[in-house]
Design a protein. Structure first.
Length: 430
Protein backbone atom coordinates (compact mmCIF):
# COMPACT_ATOMS: atom_id res chain seq x y z
CA UNK A 1 0.00 0.00 0.00
CA UNK A 2 1.48 3.27 -0.99
CA UNK A 3 0.33 6.86 -1.01
CA UNK A 4 1.49 9.42 -3.50
CA UNK A 5 1.62 13.12 -2.80
CA UNK A 6 2.07 15.67 -5.59
CA UNK A 7 4.30 18.64 -5.00
CA UNK A 8 4.41 21.47 -7.53
CA UNK A 9 7.70 23.27 -8.07
CA UNK A 10 7.85 26.41 -10.24
CA UNK A 11 11.00 27.58 -11.95
CA UNK A 12 11.14 30.89 -13.72
CA UNK A 13 13.88 31.64 -16.24
CA UNK A 14 14.41 34.87 -18.00
CA UNK A 15 15.29 34.59 -21.72
CA UNK A 16 16.83 37.63 -23.40
CA UNK A 17 16.39 38.15 -27.05
CA UNK A 18 19.51 39.00 -29.01
CA UNK A 19 17.52 41.49 -30.99
CA UNK A 20 16.85 44.67 -29.17
CA UNK A 21 15.87 44.93 -25.57
CA UNK A 22 12.97 42.52 -25.76
CA UNK A 23 13.04 39.62 -23.34
CA UNK A 24 10.54 36.98 -22.31
CA UNK A 25 10.04 34.90 -19.19
CA UNK A 26 9.61 31.14 -19.51
CA UNK A 27 7.99 29.22 -16.70
CA UNK A 28 8.47 25.48 -16.31
CA UNK A 29 6.64 23.36 -13.82
CA UNK A 30 7.79 19.99 -12.43
CA UNK A 31 5.75 17.42 -10.56
CA UNK A 32 7.50 15.23 -7.98
CA UNK A 33 5.79 12.24 -6.42
CA UNK A 34 6.54 11.36 -2.79
CA UNK A 35 6.02 7.76 -1.88
CA UNK A 36 5.26 7.19 1.84
CA UNK A 37 5.00 3.85 3.61
CA UNK A 38 2.51 3.99 6.53
CA UNK A 39 3.13 2.54 9.97
CA UNK A 40 1.90 -1.00 10.42
CA UNK A 41 -1.70 -1.15 11.50
CA UNK A 42 -2.35 -3.38 14.54
CA UNK A 43 -5.90 -4.46 15.29
CA UNK A 44 -7.12 -5.95 18.60
CA UNK A 45 -6.92 -9.70 18.81
CA UNK A 46 -10.68 -10.15 19.09
CA UNK A 47 -11.43 -8.12 15.95
CA UNK A 48 -10.71 -9.21 12.37
CA UNK A 49 -8.68 -7.10 9.98
CA UNK A 50 -10.91 -4.51 8.33
CA UNK A 51 -10.61 -3.67 4.67
CA UNK A 52 -8.31 -5.09 2.09
CA UNK A 53 -5.22 -4.07 4.04
CA UNK A 54 -2.73 -6.89 4.31
CA UNK A 55 -0.19 -6.83 7.11
CA UNK A 56 3.14 -8.34 6.03
CA UNK A 57 4.45 -10.12 9.10
CA UNK A 58 8.02 -11.23 8.99
CA UNK A 59 8.78 -14.73 10.08
CA UNK A 60 11.92 -13.60 11.89
CA UNK A 61 10.35 -10.68 13.81
CA UNK A 62 6.90 -11.07 15.24
CA UNK A 63 4.75 -8.10 16.12
CA UNK A 64 3.12 -7.98 19.53
CA UNK A 65 -0.55 -7.15 19.01
CA UNK A 66 -1.91 -5.13 21.90
CA UNK A 67 -4.94 -2.86 22.25
CA UNK A 68 -4.45 0.88 22.05
CA UNK A 69 -4.84 1.44 25.80
CA UNK A 70 -2.37 -1.29 26.60
CA UNK A 71 0.06 0.20 24.06
CA UNK A 72 -0.09 3.55 25.84
CA UNK A 73 0.69 2.03 29.24
CA UNK A 74 3.29 -0.43 28.01
CA UNK A 75 6.14 1.92 28.84
CA UNK A 76 5.42 1.47 32.56
CA UNK A 77 6.18 -2.24 32.27
CA UNK A 78 9.37 -1.86 30.31
CA UNK A 79 8.16 -2.28 26.68
CA UNK A 80 10.18 -0.60 23.95
CA UNK A 81 8.68 0.97 20.83
CA UNK A 82 10.89 0.55 17.81
CA UNK A 83 11.34 2.96 14.94
CA UNK A 84 9.15 0.99 12.58
CA UNK A 85 6.28 1.11 15.06
CA UNK A 86 6.63 -2.42 16.44
CA UNK A 87 6.35 -2.97 20.19
CA UNK A 88 8.92 -5.33 21.62
CA UNK A 89 7.89 -7.57 24.53
CA UNK A 90 8.65 -6.07 27.99
CA UNK A 91 11.59 -7.50 29.86
CA UNK A 92 10.83 -9.46 32.97
CA UNK A 93 12.14 -8.14 36.29
CA UNK A 94 15.20 -10.15 37.20
CA UNK A 95 16.17 -10.35 40.85
CA UNK A 96 19.30 -12.40 40.57
CA UNK A 97 21.54 -13.56 37.80
CA UNK A 98 23.91 -16.47 37.85
CA UNK A 99 23.91 -18.57 41.01
CA UNK A 100 27.11 -19.57 42.77
CA UNK A 101 28.28 -20.96 46.12
CA UNK A 102 30.81 -20.01 48.78
CA UNK A 103 31.64 -22.56 51.48
CA UNK A 104 28.30 -24.25 50.91
CA UNK A 105 26.35 -20.96 51.05
CA UNK A 106 24.40 -20.17 47.89
CA UNK A 107 24.42 -16.63 46.54
CA UNK A 108 23.38 -14.91 43.32
CA UNK A 109 25.11 -12.44 41.06
CA UNK A 110 22.98 -9.45 40.16
CA UNK A 111 22.26 -9.14 36.47
CA UNK A 112 22.85 -5.85 34.62
CA UNK A 113 20.09 -3.38 35.37
CA UNK A 114 19.03 -5.06 38.61
CA UNK A 115 17.16 -2.50 40.73
CA UNK A 116 16.60 -4.60 43.86
CA UNK A 117 19.29 -2.78 45.87
CA UNK A 118 17.99 0.66 44.94
CA UNK A 119 14.40 -0.34 45.68
CA UNK A 120 15.05 -1.88 49.09
CA UNK A 121 17.50 0.77 50.30
CA UNK A 122 15.31 3.71 49.29
CA UNK A 123 12.25 2.21 50.96
CA UNK A 124 14.03 0.96 54.09
CA UNK A 125 15.16 4.50 54.90
CA UNK A 126 11.56 5.51 55.54
CA UNK A 127 10.38 5.38 59.16
CA UNK A 128 6.87 4.48 58.02
CA UNK A 129 8.23 1.49 56.13
CA UNK A 130 10.32 0.37 59.10
CA UNK A 131 7.33 0.49 61.41
CA UNK A 132 4.76 -1.07 59.08
CA UNK A 133 6.94 -3.61 57.27
CA UNK A 134 9.16 -4.43 60.25
CA UNK A 135 12.46 -4.09 58.38
CA UNK A 136 15.63 -2.12 59.12
CA UNK A 137 18.75 -1.36 57.10
CA UNK A 138 22.21 -2.07 58.53
CA UNK A 139 25.41 -1.09 56.76
CA UNK A 140 28.98 -2.10 57.49
CA UNK A 141 30.70 -5.32 58.51
CA UNK A 142 30.87 -4.55 62.23
CA UNK A 143 27.24 -3.56 62.61
CA UNK A 144 25.99 -6.55 60.63
CA UNK A 145 28.22 -8.93 62.63
CA UNK A 146 26.94 -7.47 65.92
CA UNK A 147 23.38 -7.93 64.73
CA UNK A 148 23.96 -11.55 63.67
CA UNK A 149 25.76 -12.42 66.92
CA UNK A 150 22.88 -10.94 68.94
CA UNK A 151 20.34 -13.08 67.09
CA UNK A 152 18.87 -10.62 64.59
CA UNK A 153 17.19 -12.21 61.56
CA UNK A 154 18.73 -11.24 58.18
CA UNK A 155 16.55 -11.14 55.08
CA UNK A 156 18.80 -9.84 52.28
CA UNK A 157 22.55 -9.21 52.23
CA UNK A 158 24.13 -7.15 49.42
CA UNK A 159 27.91 -7.45 49.05
CA UNK A 160 30.44 -6.31 46.47
CA UNK A 161 33.19 -8.94 46.76
CA UNK A 162 33.54 -12.45 48.11
CA UNK A 163 36.09 -11.19 50.63
CA UNK A 164 33.39 -8.99 52.19
CA UNK A 165 31.07 -11.96 52.41
CA UNK A 166 33.73 -14.12 54.08
CA UNK A 167 34.08 -11.50 56.85
CA UNK A 168 30.52 -12.28 58.00
CA UNK A 169 29.48 -15.35 60.02
CA UNK A 170 28.30 -17.51 57.11
CA UNK A 171 26.63 -20.08 59.35
CA UNK A 172 24.04 -17.45 60.31
CA UNK A 173 23.24 -16.47 56.73
CA UNK A 174 21.82 -19.75 55.50
CA UNK A 175 18.23 -18.48 55.40
CA UNK A 176 19.05 -15.05 53.97
CA UNK A 177 19.12 -14.02 50.32
CA UNK A 178 22.70 -13.19 49.32
CA UNK A 179 23.13 -10.97 46.27
CA UNK A 180 26.46 -9.88 44.79
CA UNK A 181 26.27 -6.39 43.27
CA UNK A 182 28.74 -3.87 41.93
CA UNK A 183 30.60 -1.70 44.42
CA UNK A 184 29.48 1.36 42.45
CA UNK A 185 25.85 0.49 43.25
CA UNK A 186 26.59 0.19 46.98
CA UNK A 187 28.57 3.42 46.91
CA UNK A 188 25.66 5.17 45.21
CA UNK A 189 23.17 4.23 47.96
CA UNK A 190 25.54 4.23 50.95
CA UNK A 191 25.35 6.84 53.73
CA UNK A 192 29.00 6.35 54.67
CA UNK A 193 31.89 8.47 53.47
CA UNK A 194 33.91 5.31 52.85
CA UNK A 195 31.47 2.45 52.09
CA UNK A 196 32.57 -1.01 53.20
CA UNK A 197 30.77 -2.85 50.41
CA UNK A 198 28.11 -4.67 52.43
CA UNK A 199 24.49 -3.72 53.23
CA UNK A 200 21.90 -5.85 55.03
CA UNK A 201 18.11 -5.76 55.30
CA UNK A 202 17.04 -7.28 58.65
CA UNK A 203 13.76 -7.96 60.35
CA UNK A 204 13.14 -5.26 62.94
CA UNK A 205 14.86 -6.67 66.06
CA UNK A 206 12.93 -7.16 69.30
CA UNK A 207 15.00 -6.51 72.42
CA UNK A 208 13.25 -9.33 74.30
CA UNK A 209 14.41 -11.89 71.70
CA UNK A 210 18.04 -10.80 71.39
CA UNK A 211 20.97 -12.14 73.38
CA UNK A 212 23.48 -9.60 74.71
CA UNK A 213 27.01 -10.77 75.48
CA UNK A 214 27.80 -7.72 77.63
CA UNK A 215 24.93 -8.33 80.07
CA UNK A 216 27.26 -10.03 82.58
CA UNK A 217 29.24 -6.78 82.90
CA UNK A 218 26.21 -4.54 83.41
CA UNK A 219 25.30 -2.65 86.57
CA UNK A 220 21.79 -1.90 87.93
CA UNK A 221 21.64 1.42 86.10
CA UNK A 222 18.80 2.27 83.70
CA UNK A 223 18.81 5.18 81.29
CA UNK A 224 15.61 6.96 80.26
CA UNK A 225 15.78 9.25 77.21
CA UNK A 226 13.06 11.89 77.17
CA UNK A 227 12.49 13.94 74.00
CA UNK A 228 15.92 13.25 72.46
CA UNK A 229 15.19 14.32 68.90
CA UNK A 230 18.66 14.78 67.48
CA UNK A 231 19.89 11.55 65.81
CA UNK A 232 23.54 12.24 66.58
CA UNK A 233 22.84 12.89 70.26
CA UNK A 234 20.71 9.78 70.65
CA UNK A 235 23.30 7.58 68.97
CA UNK A 236 26.09 8.96 71.17
CA UNK A 237 23.98 8.49 74.31
CA UNK A 238 23.26 4.88 73.37
CA UNK A 239 26.97 4.28 72.80
CA UNK A 240 27.80 5.76 76.23
CA UNK A 241 25.06 3.66 77.84
CA UNK A 242 26.53 0.48 76.38
CA UNK A 243 30.08 1.47 77.38
CA UNK A 244 29.10 2.32 80.96
CA UNK A 245 27.31 -1.00 81.46
CA UNK A 246 23.67 0.10 81.62
CA UNK A 247 21.41 -2.91 81.67
CA UNK A 248 18.62 -1.22 79.68
CA UNK A 249 17.64 1.99 77.87
CA UNK A 250 14.08 3.29 77.72
CA UNK A 251 13.05 5.74 74.99
CA UNK A 252 9.87 7.73 75.50
CA UNK A 253 7.54 8.84 72.74
CA UNK A 254 8.98 11.94 71.14
CA UNK A 255 12.49 10.57 70.71
CA UNK A 256 13.92 10.11 67.25
CA UNK A 257 13.63 6.65 65.73
CA UNK A 258 16.43 4.47 67.05
CA UNK A 259 16.83 2.79 63.63
CA UNK A 260 17.60 5.98 61.74
CA UNK A 261 20.86 5.59 59.75
CA UNK A 262 22.52 8.48 61.60
CA UNK A 263 21.56 7.00 64.99
CA UNK A 264 22.99 3.64 63.96
CA UNK A 265 26.28 5.18 62.84
CA UNK A 266 26.69 7.22 66.04
CA UNK A 267 25.74 4.29 68.30
CA UNK A 268 28.47 2.01 66.87
CA UNK A 269 26.56 -1.21 67.47
CA UNK A 270 25.08 -0.29 70.85
CA UNK A 271 21.67 -1.48 69.62
CA UNK A 272 22.93 -5.06 69.92
CA UNK A 273 24.85 -4.75 73.21
CA UNK A 274 22.03 -3.83 75.59
CA UNK A 275 18.21 -3.90 75.59
CA UNK A 276 16.60 -0.77 74.14
CA UNK A 277 12.85 -0.25 74.40
CA UNK A 278 11.44 2.55 72.23
CA UNK A 279 8.20 4.57 71.90
CA UNK A 280 7.16 4.05 75.52
CA UNK A 281 4.51 5.96 77.41
CA UNK A 282 5.38 7.04 80.93
CA UNK A 283 3.11 4.34 82.36
CA UNK A 284 5.11 1.79 80.38
CA UNK A 285 8.39 3.34 81.48
CA UNK A 286 7.42 2.84 85.11
CA UNK A 287 6.43 -0.72 84.34
CA UNK A 288 9.97 -1.47 83.11
CA UNK A 289 11.47 -0.26 86.40
CA UNK A 290 11.37 -2.38 89.57
CA UNK A 291 9.65 -0.75 92.55
CA UNK A 292 12.86 -0.28 94.55
CA UNK A 293 14.64 1.68 91.78
CA UNK A 294 15.32 5.35 92.53
CA UNK A 295 14.85 7.74 89.59
CA UNK A 296 17.06 10.84 89.14
CA UNK A 297 16.87 13.52 86.46
CA UNK A 298 19.69 15.46 84.78
CA UNK A 299 19.59 19.23 85.37
CA UNK A 300 21.63 21.87 83.57
CA UNK A 301 21.65 24.25 86.56
CA UNK A 302 25.09 24.75 88.11
CA UNK A 303 24.12 25.55 91.70
CA UNK A 304 21.61 24.58 94.33
CA UNK A 305 19.99 28.00 94.74
CA UNK A 306 17.01 26.84 92.72
CA UNK A 307 15.92 24.61 95.60
CA UNK A 308 13.84 27.43 97.03
CA UNK A 309 11.75 27.71 93.84
CA UNK A 310 9.82 25.12 91.90
CA UNK A 311 8.78 27.02 88.79
CA UNK A 312 9.46 25.79 85.25
CA UNK A 313 11.63 28.83 84.49
CA UNK A 314 14.06 27.83 87.26
CA UNK A 315 14.65 24.33 85.91
CA UNK A 316 17.19 23.37 83.30
CA UNK A 317 16.14 21.03 80.49
CA UNK A 318 12.55 21.13 81.75
CA UNK A 319 9.56 21.49 79.42
CA UNK A 320 6.33 23.01 80.72
CA UNK A 321 4.23 20.97 78.30
CA UNK A 322 2.12 18.49 80.25
CA UNK A 323 0.61 15.55 78.39
CA UNK A 324 -1.92 14.72 81.09
CA UNK A 325 -5.41 16.15 80.89
CA UNK A 326 -5.67 16.95 84.59
CA UNK A 327 -3.27 19.90 84.68
CA UNK A 328 -3.43 21.77 88.00
CA UNK A 329 -2.35 25.38 88.50
CA UNK A 330 -1.66 27.16 91.72
CA UNK A 331 -1.45 30.85 92.51
CA UNK A 332 1.97 32.47 92.67
CA UNK A 333 3.25 35.71 94.18
CA UNK A 334 4.42 36.86 90.76
CA UNK A 335 2.19 38.57 88.25
CA UNK A 336 2.07 35.58 85.91
CA UNK A 337 0.83 32.15 86.86
CA UNK A 338 3.16 29.27 86.13
CA UNK A 339 2.71 25.56 86.19
CA UNK A 340 3.45 23.95 89.52
CA UNK A 341 6.23 21.38 89.32
CA UNK A 342 6.97 18.50 91.68
CA UNK A 343 9.54 19.16 94.40
CA UNK A 344 12.82 17.46 93.53
CA UNK A 345 15.93 18.52 95.40
CA UNK A 346 19.11 19.36 93.49
CA UNK A 347 22.52 17.78 94.09
CA UNK A 348 25.91 17.83 92.33
CA UNK A 349 26.67 14.78 90.23
CA UNK A 350 29.59 13.66 92.47
CA UNK A 351 27.35 13.27 95.55
CA UNK A 352 26.26 9.83 96.65
CA UNK A 353 23.18 9.16 94.53
CA UNK A 354 23.88 5.66 93.18
CA UNK A 355 24.19 3.41 96.21
CA UNK A 356 21.37 1.13 95.06
CA UNK A 357 19.67 0.34 91.71
CA UNK A 358 18.90 3.66 90.04
CA UNK A 359 17.54 5.14 86.82
CA UNK A 360 18.66 8.36 85.17
CA UNK A 361 16.45 10.57 82.97
CA UNK A 362 18.15 12.73 80.32
CA UNK A 363 16.15 15.21 78.26
CA UNK A 364 16.73 16.84 74.91
CA UNK A 365 18.34 20.22 74.52
CA UNK A 366 15.44 21.84 72.67
CA UNK A 367 12.33 20.63 74.49
CA UNK A 368 13.96 19.44 77.68
CA UNK A 369 12.54 17.10 80.28
CA UNK A 370 8.81 16.61 80.49
CA UNK A 371 6.79 17.20 83.63
CA UNK A 372 6.13 13.46 83.81
CA UNK A 373 9.87 12.90 84.34
CA UNK A 374 9.83 15.14 87.43
CA UNK A 375 6.70 13.45 88.72
CA UNK A 376 8.39 10.07 88.44
CA UNK A 377 11.52 11.43 90.16
CA UNK A 378 9.43 12.82 93.01
CA UNK A 379 7.54 9.55 93.34
CA UNK A 380 10.78 7.50 93.41
CA UNK A 381 12.56 9.91 95.80
CA UNK A 382 15.12 11.06 93.24
CA UNK A 383 17.24 14.18 92.80
CA UNK A 384 18.07 16.75 90.16
CA UNK A 385 21.71 16.14 89.32
CA UNK A 386 23.75 19.02 87.94
CA UNK A 387 27.36 19.30 86.73
CA UNK A 388 29.26 22.35 88.09
CA UNK A 389 30.94 24.41 85.38
CA UNK A 390 32.92 27.64 85.16
CA UNK A 391 30.95 30.90 84.85
CA UNK A 392 29.66 32.26 81.54
CA UNK A 393 28.91 28.76 80.23
CA UNK A 394 25.30 27.89 79.60
CA UNK A 395 25.17 24.08 79.68
CA UNK A 396 26.70 20.94 78.26
CA UNK A 397 25.54 18.92 75.31
CA UNK A 398 22.95 16.36 76.42
CA UNK A 399 25.11 13.47 75.19
CA UNK A 400 28.18 14.78 77.05
CA UNK A 401 26.20 15.32 80.25
CA UNK A 402 24.72 11.84 79.98
CA UNK A 403 28.16 10.25 79.60
CA UNK A 404 29.49 12.06 82.70
CA UNK A 405 26.51 11.04 84.81
CA UNK A 406 26.45 7.44 83.56
CA UNK A 407 30.10 6.75 84.31
CA UNK A 408 29.79 8.46 87.68
CA UNK A 409 26.80 6.27 88.45
CA UNK A 410 28.71 3.16 87.38
CA UNK A 411 31.64 4.08 89.65
CA UNK A 412 29.38 4.63 92.66
CA UNK A 413 27.44 1.40 92.05
CA UNK A 414 30.61 -0.68 91.73
CA UNK A 415 32.00 0.89 94.92
CA UNK A 416 28.79 0.19 96.82
CA UNK A 417 28.71 -3.40 95.57
CA UNK A 418 32.35 -3.88 96.56
CA UNK A 419 31.86 -2.50 100.05
CA UNK A 420 28.67 -4.39 100.78
CA UNK A 421 29.74 -7.64 99.13
CA UNK A 422 26.33 -8.09 97.52
CA UNK A 423 25.30 -8.17 93.87
CA UNK A 424 22.03 -6.69 92.76
CA UNK A 425 19.89 -8.28 90.11
CA UNK A 426 19.02 -6.28 87.01
CA UNK A 427 15.60 -7.64 86.16
CA UNK A 428 13.64 -5.15 84.11
CA UNK A 429 10.21 -6.34 85.09
CA UNK A 430 8.46 -5.94 88.41
Amino acid sequence: MATYMSCLFSLERAVFSPRGNIFSVETKRYVRGLRRRPVRVIFPENEPNRGDVKLPISEEKKVVRVPLRAEQNLGDRGGVKRRNGEISPPKKAHVGGKSDQLDGIRFERASPGDKSLARLVSVARSRTFREHQGKVLLEGRRLICDALNAGAVPQTIFFSTLERLRELPLDKLKRATLLKVKFEDIKLWSDMVAPQGVIGIFSRPDASRLSFAASKHSVPLSLICDNIRDPGNLGTILRCAAASGCHQVLLTKGCVDMWEPKVLRAAMGAHFHLPIHSSLKWEEVEHHLPEHVCVHVADSQQNQEVNSSHKPSDFGWISTTHTHRDVHFEESDSDEEELSLPRVDAAPYHDDWARRPVALVVGGETHGLSVEALELAEKRVGRRLFIPMVPHMDSLNSAMAASILLFEGRKQLLTAMQNSGRKWTTNAGR
